[in-house]
Design a protein around this ligand. Structure first.
Ligand code: FAD
Length: 293
């Protein structure tokens, strides 16, 4: 199934994001998680890719296993920053060979521990170039998603810049987008509004992170520039050392957030699962009635 086409036909998507585990035990745990989440009947799942290319084999193996061992549609993330064009084309070609039809085309971040890092001369320095590379070589085969940032990418000086370069990815051939996590829906609504004003008309799927560990989410959020609303911090902070209370508050908040997004006719919901099923299943329980409407 091509995700872009599925969304274009007006279908609502529920999707889950996983990362490729480092150990065989981690991989087996992930496949247990996938089994639990299969009950929700997701439209697709996706597997992340290490920006330095470090997870190349692991991402590919997990993508291939999901594709061959389950009936789920799987999208492979691919970051371009550390690869030559030849390497990128090889990776993309391998995905085509095994029957993967969906790619999330990303730039990735410079490796933090390599100050002298330079992208390969003939590589792609931004995600729009990766989208173009896929379109030029395999345009008929892949549906291409790209990342979007309702609060702006940390490198973007302002939202005008953000929209300008997001539009370049769409013009290059992206047919849907998934957002960075956010906890205040007004950023998403304002972003979608700016996109509409800029004649960007691809579906923009909100990325939802149910909070299960307050300090970890604070760290992620500050790295990617996502604002955690003060009222949520005040609810979570006193229970930062209690996993049970954090889960309860995090799930309650994610349910509120998703119900509001559903009322506002979002094209889908993409859950950052961190390879665990519990919180996502609890959020699903809280929104499933609203999903039927
Ligand atoms: P780009 O679209 O290239 O944008 C990066 C910055 O450059 C922005 O500020 C943009 O405005 C600017 N820009 C874009 N094009 C140009 C241009 N032509 N000239 C000048 N400036 C430009 N990271 C991983 O390592 N692995 C993953 O699997 C992964 N999955 C992700 C999934 C989602 C849904 C999201 C939202 C992010 C994901 N990321 C992942 C993080 C992502 O790689 C980083 O946020 C990265 O810093 C930017 O990637 P991008 O594709 O958005 O880059």
């Amino acid at each position: 199934m091509k995700i872009g086409q599925y969304l274009k036909e007006g279908n609502f998507s529920i999707s889950f994001e996983f990362f490729p585990p480092k150990t065989p035990e981690g991989e087996e745990d992930l496949f247990q998680t996938i089994k639990s989440l299969r009950a929700i009947n997701p439209s697709f799942v996706s597997v992340t890719y290490g920006a330095g290319g470090s997870t190349r084999d692991r991402t590919r193996r997990v993508v291939e296993r999901i594709h061959k061992e389950t009936d789920l549609t799987v999208m492979a993330h691919l970051t371009c920053i550390a690869h030559s064009r030849e390497e990128l084309l090889q990776i993309i070609g391998e995905y085509k060979e095994i029957g993967i039809e969906n790619l999330l085309a990303l730039r990735g971040d410079r490796p933090a521990n390599m100050p002298d890092f330079r992208p390969p001369e003939d590589g792609c320095t931004h995600a729009d170039q990766l989208v173009r590379l896929i379109m030029e070589n395999y345009g008929d085969w892949f549906s291409i998603g790209v990342a979007s940032y309702p609060e702006g990418h940390p490198e973007s000086p302002n939202m005008e810049w953000e929209i300008k370069y997001f539009k370049k990815k769409v013009e290059a051939g992206a047919d849907f987008s998934i957002t960075q996590m956010f906890f205040d829906n007004s950023y998403y609504y304002e972003f979608v509004d700016l996109c509409q004003k800029a004649y960007i008309d691809i579906p923009i799927i909100p990325g939802i992170m149910p909070i299960t560990n307050f300090r970890q989410v604070q760290k992620f959020a500050s790295m990617c520039g996502a604002t955690i609303p003060q009222r949520l911090i005040e609810r979570l902070e006193p229970y930062a050392d209690s996993p049970e209370e954090t889960l309860k508050i995090g799930v309650e908040f994610a349910i509120e957030q998703c119900l509001d997004l559903l009322e506002n006719n979002v094209p889908g919901l993409h859950f950052y699962t961190l390879n665990k099923s519990k919180a996502t299943l609890m959020v699903y329980e809280g929104i499933k009635e609203a999903l039927k409407v």
